[in-house]
Design a protein around this ligand. Structure first.
Ligand code: HEM
Length: 352
């Protein structure tokens, strides 16, 4: 039993002293009363410590149920706005997937790309290229009407990217939530971290490694190029002799709408086989040397990713499950949690 003169030092000691007190087995001198009070205090302190450790851990980790109580209809609000947006323009599903990627690679998934100020939006890889801001505005307005001041723009973007993928025929998955929004944006990090379509395999591997993503994650995520469109300026060099590893008939086909000079913004589907549907055709294109970007064809050009590209092209289920795993991993890049950042009221501006 606890020595009457010493403070209870362990949880077991405190608990057994309390049990004896409750069972009436302790003689209640004033000294005992003091000991009991100390035991209660010791237990309380341990509980408080446990609770604060638990809550810190919970903040550091995203969870699909983060808004289960605070905004129970969040998922259906995002889904119905995305369904509407995709029925207005199918490509927008692709644009939101890309917007999320461009958010996560710059300061982490913190909605920095949505800020009008700070220059990130107008940085080289984003200007006149990323799209979907108005859809995020609509979803945010609907979410604010249902649950004011609760849901971050960063989480709305993560959900919109998931729904965009799924509405175009891709998988669905549970999106871990609980990100908060940045108060800053970064043009210089956008220029430094986002891969250009001229990148070599080595450059791609190192830009993804910088974000904690493996070459396998990189190849799976590149499968997003099974949907959406690209401007002539991003693939012109490749189709006019810049690359040896290109199918001649494919190059000729792309030249029809992408002239040698002018027409920089003319659009072509990135996956010519099934442009509007999320599938593994992107990888079949690579095997046939029909990748649109130089960077995409680098994944199948006699290097380390050839084998994986072949596997994905033959096994769409493998691609889908790797894609989902990599999307969740990408969504975990440096989230702001706990008291960091803020919940922006308007995704375009920092709260005043
Ligand atoms: C691996 C390095 C990557 C490079 C070099 C790259 C480059 C590009 C380029 C140049 C475009 C066309 C932009 C334009 O013409 O305005 C584009 C479009 C697109 N990218 Fe990527 N990308 C990469 C990775 C990714 C990833 C990881 C995702 C998503 C997970 C993604 C999703 C998309 C989508 C969906 C589009 C079409 C967007 C639309 O139609 O609005 N890309 N990408």
């Amino acid at each position: 039993m606890q020595s009457p003169h010493s403070f209870p030092t362990s949880k077991q000691e405190s608990t057994s002293l309390l049990e004896q007190y409750i069972l009436g087995k302790l003689s209640l001198t004033s000294h005992s009363h003091l000991l009991i009070a100390m035991a209660v205090l010791a237990l309380l302190m341990r509980c408080l410590l446990t609770i604060s450790v638990l809550s810190c851990t919970a903040h550091a980790q995203l969870s699909p149920n983060f808004y289960g109580y605070s905004c129970p209809n969040l998922q259906s609000i995002v889904r119905s706005a995305m369904t509407q947006a995709v029925s207005n323009e199918r490509r927008i599903g692709a644009s939101l997937l890309r917007l999320f990627f461009h958010d996560c690679f710059v300061q982490g998934c913190d909605a920095s790309i949505l800020l009008d100020a700070g220059g990130e939006k107008s940085a080289g890889p984003n200007a006149n290229s990323v799209r979907g801001f108005e859809v995020i505005d609509t979803i945010k307005a609907n979410v604010e009407a249902a649950c004011p001041g609760v849901v971050s723009c960063a989480d709305i973007l993560a959900l919109a990217a998931r729904d965009g993928t799924n509405l175009l025929g891709g998988s669905t998955w549970q999106v871990p939530l609980g990100r908060r929004d940045s108060t800053t944006a970064s043009a210089s990090l956008a220029n430094a971290n986002l891969p250009p379509p001229t990148a070599s395999l080595g450059a791609l591997v190192s830009l993804f490694a910088r974000q904690g993503l493996s070459p396998r994650d990189m190849t799976a995520l590149s499968g997003a190029h099974t949907i959406g469109q690209a401007q002539c300026s991003t693939f012109r060099d490749r189709i006019y002799g810049g690359d040896a590893n290109i199918d001649a008939a494919f190059a000729a086909q792309r030249q029809q709408t992408c002239p040698r000079s002018g027409g920089d913004a003319n659009l072509a589907p990135i996956d010519a086989q099934t442009p509007g549907g999320f599938d593994a055709a992107f990888f079949q294109n690579l095997v046939q040397r029909r990748g649109l970007f130089h960077s995409d064809q680098e994944l199948f050009n006699g290097g380390s990713q050839d084998d994986l590209v072949r596997q994905y092209s033959a096994n769409p289920a493998l691609f889908n499950s790797d894609f989902v795993a990599a999307m969740i991993k990408m969504g975990n890049i440096n989230p702001l949690t706990g008291a960091a950042g803020q919940i922006r009221r308007n995704c375009r501006v920092v709260n005043s």
